[in-house]
Ligand binder design. Structure first.
Ligand code: HAM
Length: 416
């Protein structure tokens, strides 16, 4: 038997009902914030992620699905959406037409990670990117959009953590102080962290290794090295979040795993999903446009992990939602009624009803049983005499009695 590729999953049935609900909430909230949908190809040139996400990151270093196509070009299945969105914004000169461009996406991403609950090799992100504003109010706009989505999905166990990496100048100054400090403690650090001192020192702060914790605890703090501009930006973000009633905690250790961030970074975390505790994350990425060959353009955004939101909601609600029930099930109680039953089904569907009709040529009894199982709100039965008289009989679930109804007025009767 051929099975799905490791780390990938089929989503169907009641689980899919939950997914649709989450996606619809996101789309609805995005519309209220006046973000428009953007779709990019699943395939991108490998160079985009090497330059945009950063060669030293885990994503580019270890996790990309990269291959040479038949023309000899190096292609990658997108591992994230921010670089593709920025690539597209540059390619289509979007900012020229709209200096503040608000976009959202619902996209499949691919990362070759070790699969476990909440971590897959193909997963889905619901994200938004706000291109063209350097101001803290735009950071808060995207955070509010993510927060509102989680609230309207009904997520309960979730905390917003925020931090600042400062502007490029602050970050560079901090980086060299940090490297100096880490070098002094190199011997104590885990192998991974030793490697990161040169490649990605900020990520050492993020390390979960117990061996690294002591060193990290005494490391110089970025917050203490911020310049005035960076401090003011972060204070404004906190002021706005407080004013908007969006609860948050400041986590000075939050650095995020991608190279393009400056100023605000944030993550929505939960304590209900074990180690895969990030429901989503994002931040400001002012350097990214220039990193991939565009002119410097400030931007901020986030992505929520739909797989993890679905896992959390299933856990918090104690199961998946019920599948929606049909409005009508049509029973053909005689062979001659089968085709007319199909015709009525098609007519009712055209007129807005959800309708089930038997396609296995079951007996009348078999159809009635299926009608019951389907939990349809009404059962319409067509007998041989009904065919002759242009009638049918209708029983609504909330009412025990059966009514004889003219086929021509069936829609009105069902709506009443
Ligand atoms: P990220 O933190 O790599 O950020 O991913 C965002 C979210 O995607 C995570 O918090 C998690 O919920 C979900 N996710 C990531 N990897 C997996 C996986 N293997 N399985 C299931 N879910 C996963 C980004 O991708 C940035 N592009 C976010 C961003 C947008 N920054 C600015 N704009």
């Amino acid at each position: 038997m051929i099975q799905a590729v490791r780390g990938t999953r089929d989503i169907y049935g009641r689980e899919m009902v939950l997914w649709s609900e989450i996606e619809q909430v996101f789309q609805r909230v995005c519309t209220r914030f006046c973000y428009t949908e953007f779709r990019t190809p699943i395939l991108e040139k490998t160079e985009l992620f090497k330059r945009g996400v950063g060669e030293a990151t885990d994503i580019v270093g270890k996790e990309m699905y990269t291959f040479e196509d038949r023309g000899g070009e190096s292609i990658t299945l997108r591992p994230e959406m921010t670089a593709p969105i920025v690539r597209a914004a540059i390619e289509h000169n979007l900012l020229h037409h709209s200096p503040t461009t608000r976009l959202w996406y619902n996209a499949s991403l691919f990362r070759y990670e070790r699969p476990q609950a909440g971590r897959y090799r193909q997963f889905q992100q619901l994200g938004a990117e706000l291109l063209g504003s350097a101001h803290p109010e735009s950071d808060v706009e995207v955070i509010a959009l993510a927060y509102q989505t989680l609230i309207e999905c009904g997520v309960r166990d979730c905390v917003l953590e925020i931090n600042t990496l400062g502007n490029t100048a602050s970050r560079l100054a901090y980086k060299s102080t940090l490297v100096e400090y880490l070098e002094k403690h190199r011997e104590t650090l885990s192998e991974d962290s030793q490697r990161r001192i040169l490649t990605n020192p900020l990520r050492v702060l993020d390390s979960k290794s117990t061996q690294d914790q002591m060193v990290i605890a005494d490391a110089p703090k970025l917050a203490e090295m911020l310049d005035q501009d960076s401090k003011e930006h972060f204070e404004a973000v906190q002021f706005l979040l407080n004013s908007a009633g969006i609860p948050f905690v400041v986590n000075n250790r939050l650095v995020r795993g991608l190279d393009y961030y400056t100023h605000t970074v944030f993550e929505f975390t939960t304590s209900s999903l074990g180690t895969q505790n990030a429901l989503g994350g994002g931040g400001r990425y002012d350097p990214l446009f220039a990193m991939i060959g565009g002119s410097a353009t400030p931007a901020v955004g986030f992505s929520l992990g739909a797989d993890r939101i679905a896992l959390l909601l299933e856990k918090e609600r104690g199961g998946f939602p019920e599948t929606p029930v049909p409005d009508v099930y049509i029973v053909a109680s005689h062979d001659n009624a089968r085709l007319p039953a199909q015709v009525i089904a098609l007519r009712l569907r055209t007129n807005g009803f959800s309708v089930l009709v038997d396609l296995q040529r079951r007996s009348a009894k078999g159809q009635s049983k299926e009608a019951q199982n389907s939990k349809s709100k009404a059962v319409v039965t067509l007998s041989e005499t009904d065919i002759a008289n242009g009638t049918c009989s209708v029983r609504k679930v909330d009412k025990p009695e059966e009514h004889a109804v003219q086929q021509s007025t069936l829609e009105n009767f069902l709506r009443a």
